[in-house]
Design a binder for this molecule. Sequence first.
Ligand SMILES: Nc1ncnc2c1ncn2[C@@H]1O[C@H](COP(=O)(O)OP(=O)(O)OP(=O)(O)O)[C@@H](O)[C@H]1O
Length: 264
Amino acid sequence: MLNISKVSKLFNPGTVDEKTALIGINLHLKPGDFVTVIGSNGAGKSTLMNIISGVMRPDAGNVEIAGDKITLLPEYKRSKWIGRVFQDPMAGTAPRMTIEENLAMAYKRGKPRTLLLGVTPAKRAFFKEQLSRLGIGLENRLGAKVGLLSGGERQALSLLMATYTKPQILLLDEHTAALDPARAELITALTDSLVHEMKLTTLMVTHNMEQAIRLGNRLIMMDKGRIILDVNEQRKKELTVAQLLNEFEQISGKKLADDRIVLG
Ligand SMILES: Nc1ncnc2c1ncn2[C@@H]1O[C@H](COP(=O)(O)OP(=O)(O)OP(=O)(O)O)[C@@H](O)[C@H]1O
């Protein structure tokens, strides 16, 4: 489903600010894979997500989604294949628009302009049904401005909007990190059920080690622009946070330096 081969990225080459973000990354995701991504600060996790979503181009290598080479395709042209939720609850939604208007916008993504109709009663009923899946009462607040929602409510809405059109790839970029523990857990549970229900191929960056082990069917660990550990489903089931941290130390020769780390 997602095929990343030999992807490298260097920032500010030839200057004192030169930074190697990714070095020859190879990553292949099968349809329905749910992969959690952890790593030290500056390991290249966000750069990898930005290259997949088309925010930036790699210096070398290729990105393919469902067999299509998309390496050079601009972000807006690949948005119909990719859903993304960011850490910042303000990032995924339009605050001055209502819940209903935001959903209508997400619904139109990747569709021909001839289908750009307003919110019909049938669509409203569909939106309500979708929102009720979140289980937080947003289905009764269709006309509320999104800017008035709490961070957790906005992330739930962002998640729904990102998965609405059943993207080929779902990118979750520390999407629970800015929430308090109870809300983070709610969004985590929602994520897990949406990903499984819709069989979405998902890449999730997290600083929560327990979550990285518990969710998904594969875990990758990054350091200094490389994937240094790739844990399969079976091994992940038996893995503990202590073992994971120990493994990082063994491979990289240093402790995991992550200023936002949550152990569980
Ligand atoms: N736009 C940019 N310009 C220059 N350097 C950058 C840019 N984006 C990232 N970098 C550098 O590339 C490296 C990888 O950064 P990236 O943000 O991908 O890491 P990360 O794993 O997401 O880190 P963190 O967990 O701290 O958010 C770092 O050294 C970073 O300073």
